[in-house]
Design a protein. Structure first.
Length: 387
């Protein structure tokens, strides 16, 4: 073999170092997190649950009702919604069906912003009665022990934000199963490594638990009204103020908001483009996490049965183990084995999305194209051109 071939074979082994780090980090995270994150029976401060709503999500009533069935002594639920929003009848039914709950409706943000969702969050924080804030996307469904579980880490005053893992409520199509196994085997694998190497300095929109004090420390939601990935920034800015951000092994459910492959690709490409803008060098470094690509490249430069067995054999074995550790052992998800054959399919799709992200200078969000400059959304067209 040539020197170039040996170099490629050596580089092809790098993703397996990453995979082994994933395995190590996953075991350490779930062992330590489950030991330290039991629901609290005696720490139950009053809570304000904040939900910015726009549009009618699939199974919206069940999502919202799950927050009304909490085993928690004192909490309120605030929705911020437009007066003509299609979800309004659902919210009014919710108030009627759960008269024992403190549910309030706020109509619209009190000011205009590029990211209207964040403007609504700013108003929700201002209107909330309590110090502890639980912020969730509108497509989230939770169990009755949710508030006790996610609020418990705030017992430690050094903790300024809490977030948790999430899975789909159910998969009804091939595309949704593909997304599900991709989240478990790929996305959360990266989260485990981030936890091990640098700690958690971000939050997920599926759950952000924080305090009014920690929110105000970085200036509140108005500071990030012109930023993409506001949920990531909410955790990052809390961490920058010296607070600890806690990731829990607790799992909430998310109702899929896409039905076709094109919708999934569009959503993931937008996310990857944002991540490239936020962490350019880390995004480039993902090249060394694509084990399938490098295994095929190793076989191409040295087409032998032993090469195929060594690289592809190790790839399939480790990737399946990662998915099982995170999904079945850690997150207690059932029916995972039938999705395992989709792992290489996801890895191929994710690699293509990663490549495509380098071709994008803008993202499309709610029908408008934006540049991302210095971490902020800048409209491609002027407001006059968009009218």
């Amino acid at each position: 073999m040539s020197i170039a071939a040996y170099i490629i074979l050596a580089l092809a082994a790098v993703p397996f170092i990453y995979y082994l780090l994933v395995l190590y980090s996953t075991v350490r995270f779930f062992r330590s997190a489950k030991r330290d994150s039991a629901p609290s029976s005696d720490f139950t401060p009053p809570v304000s649950c904040l939900k910015p709503v726009r549009g009618l999500d699939v199974e919206a009533y069940e999502n919202y009702a799950s927050f009304c069935r909490q085993d928690y002594p004192d909490y309120e639920i605030l929705f911020c919604v437009d007066k003509d929003d299609p979800s309004l009848p659902i919210l009014e039914k919710l108030i009627s069906d759960f008269p024992e709950r403190q549910i309030r409706l706020l109509y619209g943000a009190d000011h205009a912003a590029i990211n209207d969702k964040v403007a609504r969050l700013a108003r929700l924080v201002n209107e909330a009665k309590h110090e502890v804030l639980v912020i969730t996307d509108s497509d989230i469904r939770v169990s009755p022990d949710y508030l006790r579980s996610v609020v418990a880490p705030l017992r430690n005053p050094k903790v300024g934000a809490v977030t948790c893992l999430y899975v789909s409520t159910k998969e009804t199509s091939f595309v949704q199963e593909l997304q599900s196994i991709g989240m478990i085997s790929d996305f959360f694998a990266g989260v485990m490594v981030a936890w091990e190497l640098d700690g958690i300095k971000f939050t997920f929109g599926q759950t952000i638990v924080t305090t009014r004090k920690a929110n105000a420390a970085y200036g509140g939601y108005r500071v990030i009204e012109d930023r993409p990935a506001d949920d990531v920034y909410a955790g990052r800015l809390v961490a920058e103020k010296g607070y600890e951000v806690k990731l829990l092994p607790y799992v909430v459910q998310s109702v899929a908001d896409f039905q076709s492959l094109s919708e999934l690709l569009h959503k993931r490409l937008r996310w990857m483009t944002v991540m490239r803008q936020m962490r350019p060098w880390g995004h480039i470094g993902l090249i060394f996490t694509w084990g399938l690509l490098w295994s095929l490249l190793a076989i191409a430069v040295h087409p032998a049965a032993t090469t195929a067995m060594a690289y592809l054999g190790a790839y399939f074995m480790i990737r399946i183990t990662i998915a099982w550790l995170i999904g079945a052992w850690g997150m207690k998800q059932t029916g995972l084995w039938k999705k395992m054959p989709l792992i290489p399919v996801w890895d191929a799709v994710a690699f293509i999305i990663w490549l495509m992200s380098f071709t994008r200078k803008t993202i499309r969000w709610r029908g408008i194209d934006y540049f991302i400059r210095n971490g902020k959304l800048v409209p491609v067209a002027t407001p006059a051109q968009n009218t």
